[in-house]
Ligand binder design. Structure first.
Ligand SMILES: Cc1ncccc1-c1cc(O)c2nc[nH]c(=O)c2c1
Ligand SMILES: [Mg+2]
Length: 214
């Protein structure tokens, strides 16, 4: 019924997930996208890798590039220590509107600041807007052609500290070859590849975890 895929996902979450229960909202999105219609959420398999990284880093400041319906936003926000903040950037106003409602249903909107606009325009504003210095964790999951330019922009804006972890989705499918080549060959990063499957499918994908060394 909903006129867009994100709307249909939102309606299913609102009908199937217990309000204020993040895990049931996450399960509802996975159930809908595995059984009714595919959508580009990071999904449960890669989501477990994301969870493990969030728990290992225990970040105070997290940046997410690419919100879509807020699925990975929920996975991250539900694991944050008290007082930590997650800033998520989304180019598409409609996706952002849906994500806001899904996050609200899950009771996670207080830990999350969702900004609408191009990451290239928003990244330079973040320090001042949030009165912060550097991010502890960055989840890159927006447009493959923006992975490398945005990583370079984060460096230039002084938003990375030694130890900051960058975790990138889809480095194999659809693929971000220029980004991979950069983080794997630059002396400023220590990079590690996690082979996995594309969300809800038997297709090969992978996530790249890169620690900024300064
Ligand atoms: C859409 C699509 N079709 C076939 C294969 C992969 C994808 C795909 C999967 C994702 O996890 C994505 N994440 C962020 N941004 C994307 O554009 C994106 C695209
Ligand atoms: Mg993705």
């Amino acid at each position: 019924s909903g006129q867009s895929r994100p709307m249909r996902i939102l309606q299913f979450v609102q009908s199937a997930a217990a309000p204020g229960d993040a895990n049931s909202a996450i399960c509802a999105v996975d159930s809908y996208c595995a059984n009714v219609e595919w959508a580009m959420n990071v999904g449960d398999k890669k989501g477990q890798i994301l969870d493990a990284v969030v728990l290992a880093v225990r970040p105070r400041w997290v940046l997410e590039l690419g919100t879509y319906c807020g699925y990975s936003t929920m996975r991250i926000a539900r694991l944050l220590p008290p007082g930590a903040r997650l800033v998520t950037l989304e180019m598409n106003q409609h996706y952002a509107q849906v994500a806001k409602q899904i996050l609200g249903h899950a009771g996670l909107d207080t830990q999350v600041d969702l900004l609408v606009g191009a990451s290239s325009a928003l990244i330079p504003q973040l320090k001042k807007k949030f009165e912060m210095e550097t991010f502890d964790l960055i989840f890159i999951d927006h447009w493959k052609a923006s992975y490398l330019p945005d990583a370079r922009l984060l460096e230039e804006c002084g938003l990375l500290a030694p130890g900051t972890v960058l975790l990138a989705d889809n480095v194999t499918c659809p693929g971000a070859p220029d980004y991979l080549q950069y983080v794997r060959n630059s002396p400023r990063y220590r990079s590690e590849y996690f082979p996995c499957q594309l969300e809800y499918l038997q297709v090969e994908d992978g996530m790249e975890k890169s620690v900024f060394l300064g």
